[in-house]
Design a binder for this molecule. Structure first.
Ligand SMILES: O=C(O)[C@H](O)[C@@H](O)[C@H](O)[C@H](O)COP(=O)(O)O
Length: 345
């Protein structure tokens, strides 16, 4: 799998676009086009320009592909600006194939992280991801032997403030689904959990909770993040309200820029007390991958990919433009009726 480089311009009018647009204009001028010609060809030019903006071309293994898609990540290299096609959507009919694709992607990121570093730093979420990871990394015999668990450092993109063996704990889920299923003798990964000794209240409920301790839990978890707060891969789910991590619709946490880990005491989805990655952590990752399956996700995916004005948290993460590669791993049912170009991994 190779990262594709986009040669064409993006549709919107971000500040970032200016140098490229100017560059394109300068090129056109230096090609000897005069003002008079431009007036005459105005309408045609507008149509061509419109078409050009909507068309993306990229070269893959010596072949040039051209299609309509909105690239969203700008990369500047050796003086020239390029777009990296992101997000990419990978879709398969069967759940087993989605898990296989996720597994291969995890391996790819693991191997690339270990080429330059000592550990593979991965963040996980809750929901159905535990099941997918078990299928991908434990049950899949092509993938399982290639997972270097002893080199993994695991984080949670969000965590519920509950005991680690509580059914609501994201660590608990990973532990039950994956860690406990590792073959005997496997060196376990380093897993960063919330500090259980700071827990107050019952089962993540607000009554009896000491908010000062919860804030300490968030601070403590923040201190466990890598110094450069760079994660190699963040695996995310997408809730029916478009939430991801514990970033919920309408919640002010979206604007948090000072903290890497935030505390939320009023999660609309139980349990109410949680900690979560903030945007600065997501923006700084090497790669983000969403996993979403089932026809129930289709309306949300339709909004994410077909409504440019949407403010869904998952859409805002999908559209991050800091250079992080964003991929979606879905099954065909999840993108039924969604206008998006998907490929197999
Ligand atoms: O903490 C939560 O509220 C959930 O864990 C949540 O963030 C989950 O990732 C999504 O709801 C997707 O869940 P599914 O993958 O099960 O659809």
């Amino acid at each position: 799998m190779k990262k594709t480089r986009i040669k064409e311009e993006e549709e919107d009018d971000d500040e970032d676009d200016k140098p490229i647009k100017q560059e394109a204009q300068e090129k056109e001028e230096s090609n000897g086009k005069n003002d008079e010609d431009e007036d005459d060809d105005d309408d045609d030019d507008d149509d061509d320009e419109e078409e050009r903006k909507r068309t993306t071309t990229f070269n893959f293994d010596g072949v040039t592909y051209s299609f309509k898609e909105r690239p969203s990540v700008l990369e500047e290299k050796e003086g020239s600006a390029k777009y990296i096609m992101s997000p990419k959507v990978y879709s398969h009919a069967e759940s087993a194939d989605v898990a296989n694709a996720v597994g291969k992607h995890v391996l790819k990121l693991q191997n690339s992280a270990l080429e330059s570093g000592l550990t593979f730093k991965i963040a996980l979420s809750g929901g159905s991801l535990g099941k997918v990871l078990k299928k991908a990394l434990i049950d899949n015999q092509d993938i399982a032997p290639k997972v270097k668990w002893d080199k993994w450092e695991v984080f949670f993109s969000d965590e519920r403030i509950v005991p680690l063996d509580h059914p609501d704990s994201n660590f608990g889920l990973f532990n039950e689904m994956v860690l406990k299923s590792l073959p005997e003798g496997t060196t376990k990964p380093k897993v960063n959990t919330i500090n259980e000794s700071l827990l107050t209240g019952q089962d993540g409920q607000t009554s009896g909770a000491d908010q000062a301790k919860d804030l300490e839990i968030a601070k403590d978890y923040q201190s466990k993040l890598p110094k450069d707060h760079k994660l190699d891969l963040i695996l995310l789910g997408c809730g029916p309200d478009g939430h991801t991590c514990s970033l919920f619709p309408g919640h002010q946490l979206l604007n948090e820029r000072n903290e890497l880990i935030s505390y939320i005491s009023d999660s609309p989805k139980p349990p109410p007390r949680r900690i979560t990655f903030t945007f600065p952590v997501l923006e700084n990752a090497v790669s983000i991958a969403f996993v979403a399956e089932g026809e129930g996700k289709a309306p949300i995916l339709k909004e994410i990919f077909n409504d440019p004005s949407s403010k869904l948290r998952s859409k805002l993460v999908t559209d991050i433009k800091t250079g992080v590669e964003v991929n979606w791993f879905v099954n065909d049912a999840a993108i039924n009726g969604v206008d998006v170009i998907a490929s197999k991994y």
